[in-house]
Design a protein around this ligand. Structure first.
Ligand SMILES: [Zn+2]
Length: 461
């Protein structure tokens, strides 16, 4: 099957893929507490049906104790062929402020070549890409490689059951290569292999100065309030130029593509007068260095506040770390920093367990054969050279896979682009990107199946 025939076959199959994406987007599969878990189960069942109809005849739900179900299935390939694990997730982020959506989040609408709806990009597009790529390959009979598919059901809401999903099903999931279709292109139409992800951890810090609130007239002056003390601690996390001041964190110079500042500003919507903080190139700061941010703050609300010295305040501090940095050590460095910068002897305590949530980043070795084959497949599918681009975000599954299956090659790509607004309102996916990534995936699997040891050696050179 040559490239052109595969391209035409996939183009002809797109109406079906779009129909499947609509079926999935109609299901409000939020897994967060407070949402009906039956919807996540329904999206798992629809995912199973779609995979089943695509030819993954043993597709089934993988139940997790106390968690939302994943979906798994496999199609054995020729003897000795590599095994590829295709990954996506079927749960979605909450819809957010409903009044800010131009069209209802769970009623998919196609406009100017894009499908709008929660999960249309992140990550229901990934499910559809895998299904369509499998259909395209199975039309010729047996697949060129052994294919396993796992579609997670709580990527957006929890990492609690990730060890159970991966380590608990290690025999099912074991593979030579994992294709994570939960990424995307740097820009629409620019084929991109996502070559790194940062790690992430966080901690809740509490400052206390009094057992209970006291009248600020009787005691204010000598006794500091907890908010002021905590604000000083938080202020110490950055140097004056905005670079992260926590000692002991790793950073390196990013040698891949440089992100232009004007594009970055426009895409983020940062206010014109706001300076970009930190040191080094934008890519250094975004992809190869740490970032610290306060995610939440507990203190009395303004409504109902009175003239009292606030006895305690809490902040949730998030720390993203460079790929390769150790999250446990980094989190300890954050704790040490917060403790040692507490002013006036205030009491500082921490909450939060060091579970898998203290996630590792990952740097893809793009010189390995599967990465090279993926770059080649992207270039063929898009008709232009593919780029390698890091991601500032984190995918906890990736370090879990590399820890469980030493030597596994990880590829991250997907149909998302810079206009997908994942996790935000008006999420969308460009349907032509769904088609092209499907083609890239089918070409990749076909080519990988043809990669003999000799060809692999050629790719290594
Ligand atoms: Zn995702």
């Amino acid at each position: 099957m040559d490239d052109r025939a595969l391209r035409e076959r996939i183009a002809g199959d797109m109406p079906r893929a779009i129909d499947e994406l609509e079926r999935l987007v109609r299901i409000p599969s939020m897994g967060h507490p407070g949402y009906d878990p039956a919807n996540v189960r329904a999206s798992a069942e629809t995912t199973r049906d779609i995979l089943n109809e695509a030819g993954v005849t043993d597709a089934r739900l993988l139940e997790l104790d106390g968690g939302h179900p994943a979906v798994f299935g496999e199609i054995p390939g020729p003897d000795g062929a590599p095994t590829v694990l295709l990954y996506a997730h079927h749960d979605v982020q909450p819809e957010g402020p409903i009044e800010e959506w131009d069209t209802p989040p769970f009623e998919p609408v196609v406009k100017d070549g894009r499908m709008y709806g929660r999960g249309a990009a992140d990550d229901k597009s990934g499910i559809v890409v895998h299904a369509a790529a499998i259909r395209a390959l199975l039309a010729d009979g047996r697949p060129p490689v052994s294919i396993k598919v796992v579609v997670e059901g709580e990527e957006e809401c929890s990492t609690e059951h990730l060890p159970q999903l991966v380590q608990g099903n290690a025999d099912l999931l074991r593979a030579d290569v994992a294709v994570i279709a939960d990424g995307g292109n740097y820009r629409t139409g620019v084929p991109t292999l996502n070559s790194s992800i940062r790690g992430v951890t966080d901690i809740v810090v509490q400052v206390r100065v009094l057992p209970r609130a006291q009248h600020s007239g009787s005691y204010g002056g000598p006794i500091p309030d907890a908010i002021t003390a905590l604000a000083r601690i938080i202020a110490s996390l950055h140097h004056d130029d905005g670079s992260v001041a926590i000692e002991g964190l790793q950073r390196f110079e990013w040698t891949g593509m440089q992100i232009p500042e004007d594009e970055f500003r426009e895409e983020s919507g940062v206010l014109d007068q706001v300076e970009l903080i930190g040191a080094g190139t934008l890519s250094d700061r975004l992809l190869a260095g740490p970032a610290v941010a306060v995610l939440g703050f507990d203190a009395p609300a303004i409504a109902g506040s009175s003239n009292q010295i606030v006895p305690f305040a809490r902040a949730r501090v998030s720390l993203r770390i460079a790929p390769g940095d150790d999250p446990v050590a980094a989190r300890q460095a954050l704790v040490d920093h917060l403790r040692s910068h507490a002013p006036w002897g205030v009491e500082v305590t921490f909450e939060g367990t060091l579970g898998f949530e203290a996630g590792h980043g990952h740097l893809v070795d793009t010189t390995r054969p599967a990465s090279r084959a993926a770059m080649d497949a992207l270039a063929r599918a898009y008709g232009r050279e593919a780029i390698e681009m890091g991601s500032g975000g984190s995918i906890p599954l990736v370090p879990m896979l590399t820890q469980t299956f030493p030597g596994i090659e990880i590829l991250i790509w997907g149909a998302m682009d810079e206009r997908s607004f994942i996790h935000s309102v008006n999420e969308s996916v460009e349907l032509s990107e769904v088609e092209r990534i499907t083609l890239a995936e089918a070409l990749f699997l076909r080519n990988l199946g043809g990669v003999s040891e000799e060809a692999a050696a050629r790719l290594e050179r």
